[in-house]
Design a protein around this ligand. Structure first.
Ligand code: ADP
Ligand code: MG
Length: 238
């Protein structure tokens, strides 16, 4: 785990600024949920943390080190996407071991590590299957497993449960939290679902139109919303 600091971060696409100076301090091992309406800049911010998007201005530090100029693979960060982005022509085992293979880890080490992670995710019986032979929840677990094998200090999730049905979504929320506690990673979790935010977060960051409206614990936001937007957003049904 590592602290993560987002200091006056801005993002422009051409002349259009979509993030207008975002400040967020995340401590070691914290589970932070970024929540806000569609288009407010959640994914853009997450992609900047991951190194998938240039930072137009400001600074991102991980573990006290400024990472603005570092490639994704130099950041000790793993990201799980909404679409899972599994490789369809690879088995579960190959999907999960791929990043280690790229890093030229010895074959036996890759196998051991993948089996280890697969066991924690209840996937050990599915290692030889292909993504199309799995349920939605299993695919989501493979996507998490693929991120976990590298033992990253920081985990980023971009709406990882939005393709699942309501019942499975609730189950996966608690699985993700259990994993977070077991692995002791720092986690930034994006959702547009305020119920998900309220139930999962140590700390919630409410975003709107490229700005942070409020940062606080679920209880603080519920009891003392900073403005009408936060009150309306937190109070409205999912
Ligand atoms: P969210 O994840 O909160 O739904 P996004 O981060 O995807 O929002 O988008 C924030 C804003 O940035 C939106 O107005 C979107 O249209 C714009 N945007 C995102 N990616 C690009 C891009 N590659 N080029 C231009 N505008 C973009
Ligand atoms: Mg998004």
């Amino acid at each position: 785990m590592a602290p993560l600091t987002i200091n006056d971060v801005r993002k422009s696409y051409g002349a259009l600024e979509v993030l207008h100076g975002v400040n967020i301090d995340i401590t070691d091992g914290e589970f932070v949920v970024l929540v806000g309406p569609s288009g407010c800049g959640k994914s853009t911010l997450l992609r900047m943390l991951a190194g998938l998007e240039d930072i137009s201005a400001g600074e991102v530090s991980i573990g006290g080190r400024v990472v603005n100029a570092l490639q994704p693979k130099e950041r000790d960060i793993a990201m799980v996407f909404q679409s899972y982005a599994l490789y369809p022509h690879m088995t579960v085992e190959q999907n999960m071991g791929f990043s280690l293979k790229l890093a030229r880890a010895p074959k036996q080490d890759v196998r051991d590590r993948v089996l280890d992670v697969a066991k924690t995710l209840n996937l050990e019986d599915y290692l030889q299957r292909y993504p199309r032979q799995l349920s939605g929840g299993q695919r989501q677990r493979v996507a998490m497993g693929r991120a976990m094998v590298r033992n990253p200090e920081v985990f980023l999730f971009d709406e990882p449960l939005s393709n699942l049905d309501a019942k499975l979504r609730v189950k996966m929320r608690s699985e993700i939290k259990q994993n977070h506690h077991r692995l002791k990673t720092t986690t930034v979790y994006v959702t547009h679902d305020q119920v998900e935010a309220m139930t999962m977060a140590d700390k919630i960051v409410v975003m709107n139109a490229g700005r942070v409206e409020q940062v606080g614990s679920p209880l603080e936001l519920y009891d003392r919303p900073a403005n009408i937007f936060v009150a309306g957003f937190i109070g409205s049904p999912a």
